[in-house]
Unconditional design. Structure first.
Lengths: 113, 118
């Protein structure tokens, strides 16, 4: 199985400041034949279904605010929230879909400082 | 807008079978991959299995011996059965739509808490 490791486990950022979450995979999730990176990011809030934010490591899902961005390649990835809003308080997960079993990171809890 | 809704018992006794159904509205279950994913209390997300409307299935090896996923295209539903449950199977169970066999999950159900307890 591909192990996904996120850091930090929790993060407190002031409103309007940048939040950065890292995700590392135990093997590359770049598929060389199509040059696609099989990595997604989700936002989980209590009592709500998980929300897809980013796929292909950097493609923003329709309707997701442009303050959310994804970057990285190979085994190292980053989710950045450029200017933290109160609505962004949540737990964030990365997920690889390069192969099954699909696996998720352990989650990063984002709070307001 | 596609919507998914999980249904099933919220309490299952140890050693019994957990059965859940996901009803899809706002679109057909054809041409997409439909998964079950769970989150034990205080833990992360674990993918369980997927099914494609053609009948293709894939299971997480860690659960494969106990899991069956099936669908009913006439009802636009798919289902999960997990046998011989223990308290380690207590979790919020989500159904989700996968974009392709190697794809992300773009629509999710609200999730349903299933507690294993006598």
């Amino acid at each position: 199985d591909i192990v996904m490791t996120q850091s930090p486990d929790s993060l407190a950022v002031s409103l309007g400041e940048r939040a950065t979450i890292s995700c590392k995979s135990s093997q590359s999730v770049l598929y060389n034949s199509n040059n696609r990176t099989y990595l997604a990011w989700y936002q989980l809030k209590p009592g709500q279904p998980p929300k897809l934010l980013i796929y292909w490591a950097s493609a923003r899902e329709s309707g997701v605010p442009d303050r959310f961005s994804g970057s990285g390649s190979g085994t190292d990835f980053t989710l950045t929230i450029s200017s933290l809003q109160a609505a962004d308080v949540a737990v964030y997960y990365c997920q690889q879909y390069y192969n099954t079993p699909y696996t998720f990171g352990q989650g990063t809890r984002l709070e307001i400082k | 807008q596609v919507q998914l809704q999980e249904s099933g018992p919220g309490l299952v006794k140890p050693s019994e079978t957990l059965s859940l159904t996901c009803t899809v509205s706002g679109g057909s279950i054809g041409y997409y991959y439909w998964s079950w994913i769970r989150q034990p209390p205080g833990k992360g997300l674990e993918w369980i299995a997927y099914i494609y409307y053609s009948g293709t299935t894939k299971y997480n090896p860690s659960l494969k011996s106990r899991v069956t996923i099936s669908d009913d295209t006439s009802k636009n539903q798919f289902s999960l059965k997990l046998t011989s449950v223990t308290d380690a199977d207590t979790a919020v169970y989500y159904c989700a739509r996968g974009v392709g066999s190697s794809g992300w999950f773009d629509f999710w159900g609200q999730g349903t808490l299933v507690t294993v307890s006598s």
